[in-house]
Design a protein around this ligand. Structure first.
Ligand SMILES: C[S@@+](CC[C@H](N)C(=O)[O-])C[C@H]1O[C@@H](n2cnc3c(N)ncnc32)[C@H](O)[C@@H]1O
Length: 209
């Protein structure tokens, strides 16, 4: 699928009716989401024929992009059942399949690296301190191939250090496909620049040593 077509399909998805501020519910725009998944697929081969998890999937944008790029199986996880309802409607509208699980990411009990790739736009931890790090540490435990994640540019050094030193990433690479000054949020008071990261998890036997 061409990038423009992907962006256009994602642009038609239904988004949060009543965003819950405490859960940092803001959708990833079609522009960013399409480029994030397109890069994952076309630069790294991390999507088609892969098992992909979308952490904090909300209305499903990132996971659905993975289905459109021919992921073998996609699972979206979110704590909020209303968002999962919308994700389910979006999947139906696109005529694609996406598994949906309601759970708190920190309570996920998956054992080992059971998915290939995690894609996520986690809460930045502005409401609940450390929420972004909970997502990142869990993603690096369950993915075998790559974790794609959006983080505030101001947390760049912290994210990199934690991923490499504490969470078992073997590499943490910044991708600059996003326009540098892209305004991520619509509301003025939360306008912030974001980084797109690609983390590579260490193979399990190495990371547990
Ligand atoms: C920034 S939004 C991203 C939504 C969607 N992935 C997207 O890209 O449009 C963060 C999402 O994480 C979910 N979330 C927040 N805290 C969570 C937690 N502890 N466990 C699971 N999901 C959580 C929110 O409900 C919300 O849907």
């Amino acid at each position: 699928m061409k990038l423009k077509q992907l962006e256009s399909l994602l642009g038609n998805l239904q988004q949060f009716d009543n965003p819950k501020i405490e859960l940092e519910q803001y959708p990833t725009g079609a522009h960013i989401a399409s480029r994030m998944l397109y890069t994952a697929e076309n630069s790294f081969g991390d999507v088609s024929n892969k098992v992909v998890a979308d952490f904090g999937c909300g209305c499903g944008t990132l996971g659905l992009a993975a289905t459109l790029l021919d992921a073998e199986h996609v699972i979206g996880l979110d704590v909020d059942d209303e968002s999962l309802e919308i994700a389910s409607i979006n999947a139906e509208d696109l005529e694609v399949e996406m598994g949906l699980i309601q759970c708190e990411i920190k309570n996920l009990r998956w054992q080992g690296q059971i998915v290939d790739t995690v894609v996520m736009n986690p809460p930045f931890g502005t409401r609940k301190k450390g929420a972004d790090m909970e997502f990142l540490s869990t993603a690096l435990k369950v993915a075998s191939q790559a974790v794609y994640s959006l983080h505030k540019t101001t947390t760049r050094e912290h994210i990199k250090r934690a991923a490499l030193r504490d969470y078992g990433a073997s590499s943490a690479e910044l991708r600059y496909d996003l326009p540098k000054q892209y305004k991520f949020h619509k509301k003025k008071d939360v306008d912030i620049a974001v980084d797109l990261w690609r983390f590579v998890p260490k193979p399990k036997h190495e990371s547990s040593s």
